[in-house]
Design a protein around this ligand. Sequence first.
Ligand SMILES: [Zn+2]
Length: 201
Amino acid sequence: MANGDCETRLPAPCPSDELHAMTDAPPPAEADDKDWTWVLERPCPECGAEVGDMGVADIAAANRQNAAGWTEVLAGDGEWVRTRPAPETWSPLEYACHVRDVFRLFSERLDLMLSEDDPEFANWNPNITAEAERYDLADPALVSAELVEAASAIADAFEQLSVDQLARTGRRSDGASFTVQSFARYEIHDPIHHLWDVTKR
Ligand SMILES: [Zn+2]
């Protein structure tokens, strides 16, 4: 995902996550302020995703498939959907809200890369968003519909890219630079990883 304030490394909590765990405030884990760019270079040791060679048609299909997985998750037992497995770990519902917002954010960033030359993305802190938007109180059925719509939108956008557009670029504020192609590969790991997060339980 985006905007790394933390150094490149394998998935591990950011210091801010530990602070969160010390308070009543929700969010934890998979923050946007982690640097996940290594997933472009090697398979994820946790979720097993191998995105480094994926083409945009496959990425589009994977986004749709992922949304179907979330539909199943959110249709599951209501109590389970809303329950955090640990105080510092998001519930399936909170993860679903996050993934919906990732789809939306990455659609916006894609638009930016296609309409401006080498734009710098605005920072996004998912933990702040989760608390402000009260992910924990969301309606699973509504989130399910919104997530499918958002995934479909970014899948459509990926499918419509021309070869020239794949080479356009954009940057995070931490200096990480993407082409549209690598951006798409980077994007798809996030929802896959989070679906793994909630279904491995
Ligand atoms: Zn992963």
